[in-house]
Design a protein around this ligand. Structure first.
Ligand code: AMP
Length: 290
């Protein structure tokens, strides 16, 4: 029987009890408005663990003052109904005041992979992510936590956090689930107008274009320009379109063997992100004799 748990102490006790009985616990943190991307994480957790906890918490600290915190979809009843069809033992749905008690004044600040891209465009976002993830891991002291590659930079930030604080939890990154036309599933896709929805395919198209050029040995500037062109051609207002080192997110040299392509753009008032890890390539020797 699936249980909805609001109290962090109760949640922690349930997980500790299961682990003391020798069960492996998997944890999927979410902000709700669940879709097949989320349930793919749940399915992987259920395959690999004996018990599964899913948290549903719209974390105010990771939204900027001009962002969509107040309009972010909150659909706990529908989410609970959806999870009933999956192997989920506990839905952890704390109140804001449970996560941030009155007078709350503690933040976790991550540098390194948190600095560029989303970190530049959304000041404080990853501090909010790191802080809530740490608090969620304290309330749900699972063996393993599952995150989506959809939020590539977030996975790096969480891995950095876990490593730096020595948190006793294993992080697994799961593949991005997509709509039939290639659009990465996202709770924010619900914001798209009927006219903008088909344009949103520009994000994944730009990543495929990058992958083709990358495999053909193109240099970074050419690939980034092509990504921007593809986004613009679909009416997506480009926020960034770049290749980066898959672990550090630092810029990649033209002869790099590994990279992730990252895009962010706007359609109307909806901001979407996507990424693709590019296949490792052997770069051609450049002719330096001329
Ligand atoms: P969110 O509710 O947007 O905070 O997402 C919760 C978790 O689901 C995060 O680890 C996301 O990366 C992951 N996620 C969101 N969308 C997808 C997707 N399309 N495919 C796989 N994982 C996803």
């Amino acid at each position: 029987m699936q249980q909805v748990v609001h109290d962090p102490d109760r949640m922690r006790a349930l997980v500790n009890e299961a682990r003391a009985a020798g069960q492996r616990v998997g944890f999927v943190p979410t902000m709700g408005a669940l879709h097949a991307g989320h349930t793919s994480l749940v399915a992987q957790a259920a395959r690999e663990c004996d018990r599964v906890a899913v948290s549903i918490f719209v974390n105010p600290m990771q939204f900027g003052p001009q962002e969509d915190f107040s309009r972010y979809p909150r659909t706990l009843a529908a989410d609970t109904a959806l999870l009933a069809a999956h192997d989920v033992d506990w839905i952890y749905a704390p109140e804001v005041s449970d996560v941030y008690p009155p007078g709350d004044a503690t933040r976790i600040v991550v540098g390194g992979p948190a600095v560029l891209f989303e970190g530049e465009r959304r000041p404080g976002h990853f501090d909010g992510v790191a802080t809530v993830v740490c608090k969620l891991f304290l309330a749900v002291p699972a063996d393993t936590a599952y995150f989506g590659a959809k939020d590539w930079q977030q996975t790096l930030v969480v891995k950095r956090l876990v490593c730096d604080l020595g948190l006793p939890i294993r992080i697994i990154v799961c593949p991005t689930m997509r709509e039939p036309d290639g659009l990465a599933m996202s709770s924010r896709n619900a914001y798209l107008s009927v006219a903008d929805r088909p344009r949103a395919v520009g994000l994944s198209k730009s990543l495929h274009r990058a992958a083709g050029l990358w495999s053909a040995g193109a240099d970074t500037a050419t690939i980034e320009q092509a990504m921007r062109e593809t986004l613009s051609a679909h009416g997506v207002v480009v926020d960034y379109a770049a290749l980066a080192d898959p672990e550090s997110l630092e810029p990649v040299p033209d002869d790099a063997a590994r990279a992730v392509a990252l895009v962010a753009g706007r359609l109307g008032s909806t901001r979407l992100i996507d990424n693709m890890e590019l296949p490792a390539r052997v770069t051609p020797q450049r002719d330096t004799k001329r």
